[in-house]
Design a binder for this molecule. Structure first.
Ligand code: AMP
Length: 251
């Protein structure tokens, strides 16, 4: 069997693995577009938010040993869930060391994939530096960092009407893109509801955290020439086409 088909052409260089980061404030559409792109092009979609919500769900099955996490009495991802919940509910970031451990553990088993999209990671400069070090160590690199830009008023409106499947993470908008049957996921039949951190108080906090801790990554990646800006205040279809063109991905 020959070498795998390259799926991305960036300038003159064709690569067999595609490594993308989706960057932007909460509600900018990173998850929606990452899910589509990953499905369409056989990439692995890694959302740290989804991973944390799953870990929190699993941690809920360990109520009798809550508190035992620090003693190593529960699986690592469950321990992460136990520690992450309070940070997330308040709209704060989960500490860097926990997140880096979680995502690197997952990346270690992603070597056979055609590549990956990181959605919601990195979110701080130390996280970005850790990712660069890891890639450098492995002889890999980030192909592109896509920055999803949306005016803040629009973000607040979107998050206020966003609903998410608690089982598979599918994203809906109760105003313009509701599930066919209210509260039921079209994809997996799971329960669709508002995320706890999409409530107004947490949204305000998350936007503030974005400006303080995540926005500096724009400069970080711009300096390395890796940043591509996407006007994400348009229809999903138009944004989709632009992203595919920008990345040189063929449908
Ligand atoms: P998201 O689903 O990407 O909006 O993430 C939801 C929440 O998960 C965030 O508000 C953070 O509390 C936490 N989270 C997700 N990714 C990260 C990250 N890279 N670093 C720290 N916290 C994160």
């Amino acid at each position: 069997m020959g070498a795998p088909e390259p799926i991305l052409t960036s300038g003159a260089i064709a690569m067999t693995q595609t490594h993308l980061v989706f960057l932007g404030p909460p509600g900018a559409g990173k998850g929606t577009h990452a899910k589509f792109l990953a499905n369409e092009h056989g990439l692995l979609h890694l959302s740290t938010g989804d991973m944390l919500r799953m870990a929190i769900q699993e941690a809920a099955d360990y109520p009798e040993v809550a508190g035992a996490a620090a003693e190593g009495a529960v699986p690592a991802h469950v321990a992460i869930g136990m520690q992450a919940r309070a940070f997330m509910d308040a709209g704060n970031l989960v500490p860097d060391d926990l997140i880096i451990e979680m995502i690197f553990h997952r990346l270690a088993s992603a070597t056979d994939e055609r590549g990956w999209i990181l959605d919601g990671f990195p979110r701080t400069v130390p996280q970005a530096q850790a990712l660069d070090s890891r890639l450098e160590h492995e002889g890999g690199r980030l192909d592109h960092v896509l920055l999803f830009e949306v005016p803040e008023t629009e973000l607040i409106a979107r998050l206020g009407s966003r609903a998410t499947c608690a089982s598979c993470g599918a994203i809906y908008n109760t105003r313009i893109r509701p599930p066919t049957h209210e509260g039921v996921c079209d994809v997996c039949g799971g329960v669709v509801r508002q995320r706890r951190d999409d409530r107004p108080d947490a949204v305000r906090k998350r936007l503030q955290v974005y400006h303080e801790l995540t926005a500096p990554l724009v400069e970080y990646y711009e300096a390395g020439g890796r940043l591509r800006r996407v006007d994400a205040n348009r229809t999903i279809q138009r944004i989709r086409v632009e992203i595919e063109t920008l990345l040189g991905l063929q449908s």
